[in-house]
Design a protein around this ligand. Structure first.
Ligand SMILES: Nc1ncnc2c1ncn2[C@@H]1O[C@H](COP(=O)(O)OP(=O)(O)OP(=O)(O)O)[C@@H](O)[C@H]1O
Ligand SMILES: [Mg+2]
Length: 268
């Protein structure tokens, strides 16, 4: 294990989420980031205004190019946009990295509401990438789509554990960022345990890309050989400090400070 993470996700021109957040996170945590870009989004802190999908064969070719050459310790997937891109990614990973652990962030919508996954693609995502993944990291609306259950309270989060496990990943991190209230709960559900991570919610607008950042931080921990629970704990601490030290940019949901682990360049 040497911290190599292949990120399969979309570009966020605003730099706060997607591929940009993923690369910054992996780098800031000492890993090595590679990418297969699935889509280019036209996006700032106010939301997504356009999406250009990358052709399926170019998505799979990026995976086919980097895996045999540089190799990867973990693959992290984010925005996949369509059934055909999911199929292309699934096929390329089967061929070039069938045994590489996957962190699957089942991205469906941007924070502003814009769809990032076709309505008919959830089933393909489960069949091709969630099944067998090391961990899948749904937020509450995504978990509702994936299980067909209402999940609006911590009790309902816990009650959905079996349905989430039956999606076929080795573990599920159900993120509670979308719950109301000052208290924040994420649940890590494994074959044997249900582990609660709890915090006070930070009262801030700077939450653009929290999900991408968390999943990439988990992927980096796993790629460096840390166990899952420890990788999740470290990733949550990294995201929390990145929110706390956010630069306050933009007029909408602002980006995090991904570079809080990096020493600033001294001024001359
Ligand atoms: N205001 C906040 N204060 C502290 N932690 C937060 C806050 N909002 C989200 N988090 C944490 O950030 C992580 C991402 O959770 P969230 O539910 O926001 O994911 P998401 O909806 O997938 O994010 P995104 O919109 O970027 O896709 C979780 O660990 C969550 O607990
Ligand atoms: Mg998300």
């Amino acid at each position: 294990m040497s911290g190599r993470v292949l990120i399969v996700a979309g570009s966020d021109s605003g730099g706060g989420a997607g591929i940009q957040a993923d690369i910054k996170t992996v780098t800031a945590l000492g890993g090595y980031a590679m990418t297969a870009v699935t889509a280019v989004t036209v996006q700032n802190t106010n939301g997504v205004s356009a999406v250009h999908e990358i052709p399926d064969n170019i998505v799979s070719a990026q995976i086919a190019s980097v895996l045999p050459d540089l190799g990867a310790d973990v693959v992290k997937t984010g925005m996949l946009s369509s059934v055909s891109i999911i199929e292309a990614v699934g096929n390329a990973l089967n061929e070039y990295g069938p045994n590489i652990p996957r962190v699957v962030d089942p991205v469906m919508r941007a924070k502003g509401g814009h769809a990032l996954l076709a309505a008919d693609a959830a089933q393909a995502l489960v069949e091709r990438l969630v099944k067998g993944a090391a961990v899948v990291t749904p937020n509450l609306p995504e978990a509702e789509v994936l299980t067909g259950r209402e999940i609006q309270t911590v009790g309902q989060m816990e009650a959905a554990a079996d349905a989430l496990r039956s999606l076929g990943a080795h573990a599920v991190l159900l993120k509670g960022g979308h719950l109301e209230g000052a208290h924040l709960v994420d649940l890590l559900i494994t074959a044997t345990d249900m582990i609660r991570f709890e915090d006070q919610r930070i009262d801030t607008q700077s939450t653009h890309g929290t999900g991408c950042t968390l999943a990439s931080a988990i992927a980096t921990g796993l790629a460096m050989g840390h166990p899952l629970e420890e990788s999740v704990a470290r990733a949550r601490a990294y995201v929390r400090k990145a929110i706390e030290t956010a630069p306050g940019l933009g007029h909408g949901h602002g980006p995090l400070n991904h570079g809080h682990t990096v020493v600033s360049f001294p001024h001359a």
